[in-house]
Structures are given as C-alpha cells and as structure tokens.
Write a protein that binds this ligand. Structure first.
Ligand code: GAP
Length: 406
C-alpha cells in the first residue's frame, strides 16, 4: 500500500467510525484543531491510563499533578518561552507560537499565555511537592494535560496541531547522576511504545543547533509516519535551567535540602515528554492492517486489547429471534466491566458486524447462536468466541468468557 494511501485510509476510518473529526467541522473547520469522537476518546483514555499506571501509579518515586493551562506571564518570561519559543515565518520574521490572551477586564486586564508545554506547571509546583510530601531525590512529578501552540503550518492530521495533549514527567536528580536516569527513562519509553502497539521507533540524537534552549541532550523518538520519519516523543536533559530561572525570577528558593549530607542544591531534570495525539496517530499507523479473510479483503486495527476502545462485542446470531436476543443481552450484562467497554450489536448481518468490529480493532466478538440455547445439547450454554486477527472461532462456556477476554 502506498504511504499516502495509508494516511487517507486512516483519516477516513477515523472519521467514519467515530474516532476523530475535524474541529468546528460544520463551519468549515478551524485549522490545527481536532475533535475526538466516542471511540477516539476511549482509545485516548486507554493510552493515558496505561501511561499513568506505568509512569506514575506503579512507582513510589512519582507524584502526579494537574495544573492550570493559563499561568502568570512571568512563568513564560522566566522559562525563556517569551523570548525564545518562536518559529521563523516565510518572510523570515520571528513569530512566537504561544497563544496570547488577556485575563480580567478593563484596566485590570493582564496579558497571559496558554501553556505551550505542561512542564512549567510542574516546575512552579516543585516547592509545593517538597513541602507536602518531603520526597527524597531522585523523584519525579508528572502530568497529563492540554498544551497549545499557534503553529504556523499545522498539518498531517493530528501530527501537528494547535491544541494537543502531552504526558510529561520532570524527574529531579543529582547532577552527577543525570546520565543513569536518562538511560532508565529511555528504556521505559521503549517499553511503553511496545505496550501500546507502536512499531519501529528510531532514536535521533538531536544536534546542538536543533535542541530546545533549555536542553543539554535530547533524544527524539522518531516514528515512520506515512508522511515520513518524524518526531513522536522527546527525552531531554534540561539541566537545572528551569528551577534555577524560576528561583531567580520569583525570589523563591527552589533548592533541595539533603538531610543526610546537609547539602543544599538545585536538582537537575530528565524529561520524558510524550504527545498523546502523536501517540494515537503512531498506534493507528502501526496497527492498520489489510488482509484477506474468507475470500474477502478486510481492513482492521490490530490494537493491543488494553488499548482497543471496545474489548468485546456481543451478538445474537439473528436479531429477529427473541430467544437469541434475550440470551445475548444476558451474556452482555454478565460481561460488563468497569475496566473496559463491552458492546451489544445486532445491527446488520453477522458478517457486517464482524467487519465493523474488526475495523475499530475490537479483539473479541462473541456470538450467541442456536447451539447456545441447546439445539446441540453438547454446546448448551456455550458461545462462539472469535479472534479478530485470525477470524478463528472457538466455542467457550459462557461462564469462562470473562477470563477469556481479560
Ligand atoms: N516539555 C517539552 C516539550 O514540550 P516538545 O518536543 O516541544 O518538548 C513534546 O514537545 C512532545 O509534544 C512532542 O514530542 C510531541 O509528541 C508533542 N507535540 C509537540 N508539538 C506538537 C503539535 N504541534 N501537535 C501535536 N503534538 C505536539
């Protein structure tokens, strides 16, 4: 399949099946904005949940925060974004990509910015976390949230947009230990990519001239998108740049006091920064598959089951046989689970239902047929469980279904 075809197919599937729509579509759209539909939201929530569990909840050294999108403009002056967060325009001017807004009314109004990275909300809360939790180095603060950049040319679907989401960690270390933790986070990011089903990540050691103003070393995790190899995520050593600058500008000490050694110093920072939307696009591109099944061409998303928006779909073989529908509803009720979505579907013939679920990446389809009701006594109270990738079906006892789809 030509790569440009792949991109078109992904965008069309995303719209048709309710994953992602153009923002403000009925008014002709607004460039660089995208709306997630019911399945897109589930997929996105699953990705964020996996990240949160892996990067925050499962670790003793991590603290989660949820900070404001609008921040005091001094934050962005101290961080260097007011002076340096710019992209050159076609005419060669400097153009700052932060969205400017005003806070308050009349003469009281002040200028502010929508955050272009979630990271600064973490740095300005460093002291709060120290005071509330007294963590020992090394430790990290994490958050998932929206970021905004007035990109000059948003493009490539959700790859470069003006409003997007980030999953970021600022991991505070002693300067002498930065390399060790840089390597550890590098491994964690690779592990995460496998869990969510992203294939073929390449690392790019970003050269001096291309690194952000705060970074001494950055690795871009690049992905082979249909439109070329491009940045998916970043891993940066931000030194003590941010804490030092915020401390200087605010007059509030952001030093760490080591009770054992009696040392007082500004910690250095390792930052794994992952864009949610680029992750979603990389997952869609990695898992979009076409094959032949039963003599027909089909397209499906080979999503890991933890990522798929729907874990299992339950069908009555025929929708005009009340006894099948009642039994299928019973199975559906028994499988509902707070950790994943189960759907009931009796729309169209069974073949169409399988295709529809394949296309949205549902790993399991469960069909209640006449054997379930006892037409073949040997199969009473069993259903067919169909595997998305192979299309193979096996009979499973209703009582064993929950375990089978877990
Ligand atoms: N705090 C560090 C930081 O923001 P960045 O490389 O500018 O670094 C981090 O952004 C990640 O955010 C990127 O690797 C990408 O996944 C995502 N990202 C950045 N700009 C984006 C945009 N315009 N649209 C979608 N995602 C974007």
């Amino acid at each position: 399949m030509a790569e440009s075809d792949l991109m078109e197919k992904i965008i069309s599937l995303a719209k048709r099946r309710g994953f992602i729509y153009q923002g403000s579509e009925i008014y002709g759209g607004l460039a660089g904005t995208w709306d997630y539909g019911p399945l897109g939201v589930e997929l996105r929530n699953n990705v964020k949940d996996i990240w949160w569990k892996m990067f925050v909840k499962s670790r003793e050294d991590m603290y989660g925060v949820g900070t404001s999108i609008i921040m005091n403009k001094q934050v962005w002056e101290a961080s260097g974004h007011v002076a340096g967060f710019a992209d050159p325009t076609e005419t060669g001017e400097k153009f700052n990509v932060m969205f400017k807004t005003t806070v308050g009314a009349g003469e009281e109004a002040t200028i502010s910015y929508l955050r272009p990275e979630t990271a600064q909300g973490i740095f300005v809360n460093f002291k709060n976390i120290l005071d509330s939790f007294h963590p020992k180095l090394p430790f990290g603060i994490a958050q998932i949230g929206k970021a905004f950049r007035n990109e000059i040319s948003p493009r490539d679907f959700i790859f470069r947009s003006r409003e997007f989401e980030q999953m970021e960690v600022e991991y505070f270390v002693r300067e002498a230990e930065w390399e060790k933790y840089f390597e550890a986070w590098r491994d964690t990011m690779h592990e995460f990519s496998k869990l969510v089903g992203i294939k073929n990540i390449h690392e790019l050691n970003v050269g001096d001239e291309d690194r952000a103003h705060y970074s001494k070393k950055t690795i871009d995790f690049e992905f082979e998108y249909p439109f070329g190899r491009k940045e998916l995520w970043g891993l940066a050593y931000r030194t003590d740049f941010d804490l030092r600058n915020h401390s200087g500008a605010s007059g509030v000490s952001l030093e760490y006091f080591d009770e054992e050694s009696g040392e007082r110093f500004t910690p250095h920072v390792i930052e794994p920064s992952l864009g949610v939307d680029r992750t979603i696009l990389a997952i869609l591109a990695s898992t979009y598959t076409e094959d032949e099944l039963g003599g027909e061409t089909r397209s499906y998303l080979k999503l890991p089951k933890e990522v798929a928006p729907v874990r299992a779909a339950i069908f009555p073989l025929l929708k005009n046989k009340p006894e099948l529908v009642i039994k299928a509803r019973e199975v559906y009720e028994s499988l509902k689970d707070e950790n994943y979505n189960i759907v009931f579907d009796d729309n169209g013939n069974i073949g169409k239902r399988y295709r529809r679920q394949d296309e949205i990446g549902t790993p399991f389809c469960i069909t209640v047929d006449f054997d379930t009701l006892g037409e073949n006594p040997e199969h009473k109270d069993t259903v067919t469980l169909r595997d998305r990738d192979t299309g193979e079906q096996k009979r499973v006892r209703i009582g064993d279904l929950k375990e089978a789809i877990k």
